[in-house]
Design a protein around this ligand. Structure first.
Ligand SMILES: [Ca+2]
Length: 402
């Protein structure tokens, strides 16, 4: 009897522990739609009850619910996102689209002339660069912002994708909802939760958002001057140097190996010149002393245009860590300033996708070569390792897959 009672008690204890676990611990992850709502409730009660009152939590839980359609829509978008923009630059740098965008930017710079002038003076960022980022991030506010940022961030946590990163962003977005006078329904953004027209993640909103029209809130959805000033403040905070060009297009011979590119290899313009690197436009660096440190950038290895870039180019990469992204911003800014498009052409190579690049990165890593993060994108470390591998195999050194 005693033994049997003991067993019963153990059993009860175990059952109640499981129930407690289900209610109070991080719930077991079932990644489908039907478990999502229950998960959201448990998740907020478990993680945020100590920080926020029950009315706020209840409201957040309500605002976090997905329709079934939206749930599967965001899932689909996230799974295909890697193959979108940055892998095949031929499409990305479409000259007609660039010209249309630069024309739009020029019109907007006339419309917001006074505001842009004061923002440029205050933050010391060229307006062409600010406009260019506004263009690429949301087509000057014309792009659809398809998701509630709160839901998008939660979705990533639910799917256990970069969980720590998205947990931190969730904490930030809750601060915005609780304290920053922005209606939760207005906080729309991308499938990653990047918010509003400049596509700021919530933590960046808190750090770099500017209330430039002094209405008491940082409005990255409807206030153009808040948007423009926030972009400028972001770049300024990451050390944009006044009066320094982002870089210029150059030519080089294949005697100088392409694996000498990258932000960690900096040389003076004079030194690069002695290696046979020549600016396409001799005047492009006329405002810079020859001692200016620059890095070689070859975003498609020997199969594309080549550049020398300054530290300001790498400030642009703080916005998005893709060389193609920063080059797009720089190129569009040049066009807005009335300069010409770079002359080098993107030579056609095998079409790449996330999966192919990841396989390549794994193979290079196995050989002891440094590809940086295994991220399915061809960054400068991956390109350099491709080049070094080609050299070892006594192939033509191109730093990019043929
Ligand atoms: Ca404002």
């Amino acid at each position: 009897m005693i033994v049997s009672n003991f067993k019963m008690n153990i059993k009860r204890y175990l059952i109640s522990s499981i129930v407690i676990c289900l209610i109070f611990s991080k719930p077991a992850i079932s990644l489908d739609y039907q478990h999502y709502e229950k998960w959201v409730e448990n998740f907020f009660i478990y993680n945020f009850s100590n920080n926020y009152n029950s009315k706020f939590i209840k409201n957040i839980i309500n605002k976090s619910k997905f329709t079934k359609n939206d749930f599967y829509k965001i899932d689909k978008i996230i799974n295909r996102i890697h193959d979108k923009d940055f892998i095949n630059p031929e499409n990305y740098f479409d000259i007609n689209k660039l010209l249309i965008r630069s024309q739009k930017a020029i019109k907007l710079s006339e419309y917001f002339e006074a505001e842009l002038n004061t923002i440029e003076t205050k933050f010391e960022i060229p307006k062409s660069i600010i406009l260019s980022i506004w263009a690429i991030e949301s087509d000057f506010g014309n792009a659809e912002l398809p998701f509630s940022s709160l839901k998008a961030i939660l979705f990533h946590i639910y799917k256990e994708k970069r969980k720590k990163y998205f947990m931190d962003e969730l904490k930030s977005i809750l601060v915005i909802i609780a304290n920053k006078k922005i209606d939760t329904d207005k906080i729309l953004g991308s499938s990653y939760g990047a918010m509003g027209q400049p596509q700021f993640m919530p933590s960046n909103y808190l750090k770099y958002g500017v209330d430039y029209d002094n209405d008491g809130k940082v409005d990255l959805w409807d206030s153009e001057v808040d948007i423009l000033a926030s972009i400028a403040n972001f770049l300024s905070s990451f050390g944009w140097e006044k009066n320094l060009k982002w870089g210029t297009e150059v030519t080089k011979t294949e005697k100088l190996p392409c694996y000498l590119e990258g932000p960690d290899i900096k040389k003076s313009l004079m030194d690069w010149k002695s290696y046979g690197i020549i600016p396409v436009d001799e005047n492009s660096f006329k405002n810079l002393p020859y001692s200016t440190k620059t890095s070689l950038l070859m975003p498609k290895g020997e199969y594309g245009p080549k550049f020398l870039v300054t530290k300001n180019f790498y400030v642009l990469k703080k916005y998005n860590f893709s060389d193609f992204y920063a080059l797009y911003v720089s190129t569009l800014a040049n066009l807005i300033e009335g300069k010409k498009l770079f002359k080098g052409k993107w030579i056609k190579t095998t079409k790449l996708n996330y999966k192919k690049i990841l396989e390549l990165q794994h193979a290079l890593t196995k050989k002891g070569l440094d590809v940086g993060e295994l991220d399915g994108l061809i960054g400068f470390k991956t390109r350099r390792s491709i080049g070094k591998n080609q050299e070892e195999l006594k192939q033509r050194i191109t730093c990019y897959p043929k």
